[in-house]
Design a protein around this ligand. Sequence first.
Ligand code: CUA
Length: 338
Amino acid sequence: MRRGSIVRLIVYGVLAGTAASLVAVFVPWLPDSASEEMDRIVFTFWFTTVICIGIFAIVAAVIMYCVLKFRAPEDDDADGPPIHGHTGLEIVWTAVPAVLVTAISVVSAVVLAKNDDAGDNPLRIGVTAQQFAWSFEYPGEGDQPLTTGRLVLPVDQAVKLTLHANDVIHSFWVPEFGQKSDAVPGIETTLVITPTKVGSYSVVCTELCGLGHAAMRAAVEVVERPEYERFLEEAAAGGATQGTDGEEIFTSAGCGGCHAFEPAGTDAQVGPSLDDLAASAEAAGEEPAEFVRQSIIDPDARIAEGFQAGVMPKTYDRTLTDEQLDALVQYLLEGGGG
Ligand code: CUA
C-alpha cells in the first residue's frame, strides 16, 4: 500500500471517529446518575461505546476509501479481478472482535454481580404494584409494616427492594437509579439500589399493565439520614398502615391514575370523572356515601355511561380498611374541605 493511501485511510477514520464521538458525547443519552448501580451501568455503557466508536471508525474509513478509490469508470462493464481469501486478515478480524466481545462480557458480568449485591446489612423495603399505583412497606414495630404511597430513601445506604404485584405484571424503574425489574404476580423479585444524591425522583412503571399504565408513577425522595428517621417516625405516628387521610389514600391507592378529580389536581380519563359524584348518586337513586363506597369496592356493579366493566381493580375492599374507605368516600364527596 502506498503512503498516500495510508494517510487517506487515517484521515477518513479520524473524521468518522470524531463524528461518532460528538454524537455520543453531546446527546444526553442517559439520565444523570443518582445511584452507585447507575454509575456502574454508565461505566459499562461508555466502555462499550468507546469500543464501538473505534470499530465504526475503521469500518467507515475502509468503506469511504474503497468507494472513492475503486469506483468503476463509466462504461466499464468488465468483471473485477478474481480475489481469494487473505488468511492473515481473517485471523485478525476474528481474533480482535473475540477479545473485545469477551472484554465486554466480563465487564458486564462484574457489574451485574456487583449491582445485585446489597452488602451485609441493606435496608429492606417491600414494593407492591397494582393497577395503577405503587405502595411501599417499611419494616415497622413488631410484625406490622408501615405502608406508604411514596418511597423515601436515606442517601448512601444500600436498599434491597422486594417487588410484588397484586394483579398483572408491572415493572419498577427509577431512571436515575438505573436498576429495573418486573413485579410479577405470585413471585418475588428483588432490586438493589444505593442512592448517592439527595433529590426527588419518580418511580415509572415500564410494563404495559392496562389503561392507567402511563399514569402509574410514585414519588421517590432521597434524603439525609436524620430526615429519613423523621419520616419513619411520622409514618409510624400516622398509624400502623397508611393513614386515614382521604387525600393521602386517594394518592397512594392510585385513584388519580385513572380518574379526574379537581381537589386532587388529577385529570386522567381512563375512568369517569369524580368531580360530581353526588349528582351521579342522585341519578342512580342512591344515597351518595353508599353509592361511592359501592362503586369503589364493586366497580362493575354500575358502569358509568361511555366506560367499560372490568377495567377498575376489584381489590380495594381488601387493600383498604373500613376507616380508610370511609375517609376516601368523604374526601371524594367533599373534596377534603368538608
Ligand atoms: Cu403498572 Cu404499567
